[in-house]
Design a protein around this ligand. Sequence first.
Ligand SMILES: N[C@@H](CCC(=O)N[C@@H](CS)C(=O)NCC(=O)O)C(=O)O
Length: 230
Amino acid sequence: MTEITLNVIKPSVNNMTARVFLRAAGVDFSERDVFGQTRSAEYSARCPSHLTPMIESEDLPKGALWESCAIMQYLCNKHGLEQFYPKDPARRAMIDSAMFYLIGTLYPYLARATYPALNFGQYAGEVGYSDADAETKEKARMAAVEALAEPLEVFHKFYMDGKPFIGGDRPSIADIRLAATLEFLAVIDYPLPDWAKTYMAAMEETLGDAYAEPAADVRGYIAYVKQPRG
Ligand SMILES: N[C@@H](CCC(=O)N[C@@H](CS)C(=O)NCC(=O)O)C(=O)O
C-alpha cells in the first residue's frame, strides 16, 4: 500500500505542480482523479477547502494537506530532498520568496487573464465573476494580461539572475511551480519572452517524463478549449 494519495484535477497547473514534483522526487504515491467531486460531501469532509492538489497521509495531523507549494515543502522536508529545496536558510528563503510571490502576485493576474478562455470559474469579487457586461470584463482581463510582464521579468532578472533555474543549476520546487504555471499562458497565445521559452524547454528536458506526462494533460485540455466550436 502506498503511503501518500495525491488527489488531482488533471487540467489544472496547480495540480500539475504537485504531479510533476511527486514524479520527479521519486516519492511513492498513488494518484486519484477527483474531477467533478471536490464539492461532494465526502471530499469536503476530508478537505473542507474543496481544493486540489491535496495529499492524504496518516502522518499528517489532520490526514490531509492542500496548497501545491506546502505539499512540495512538506515532502522535501520529510524525505530530505535537498536537491529541490536547499537546507541553507538563505537559499531556502529565496525559494520560498519565489513561491509566495508566484501565488500572491503572478498567479492572480494569470488566473484573471486566462480563466475565461479555460472555462474556469473566477473568484467571487472579480469583475469576471460579476454581472458586468462583456466589454467591462474584457477590459479587466486585458489589464491582468498587461500586468503579467512585470512579475515575469522579476522571475527572470531577480530570482534567476543569469542562472538557468531559480534553484541555480538545477530545478527547485519554485521552478516546478513556475514552469507549470506558465503552461496556462498558451491558452491566450501570450507572447512569452524568449528566456521563458528556453526555461520551459530546459525544465522539460531536465525532468523528462516527470514533467512531460502531467504537462500533456494540461496541454491536451488547452488544445480542447481552443478548438473552434461550430
Ligand atoms: N493555491 C492553490 C490553488 C488550488 C486551486 O485553486 N485548486 C483548484 C483547481 S485549479 C481546485 O481544486 N478547485 C476545485 C474546487 O474549487 O472545487 C494551490 O497552489 O494548490
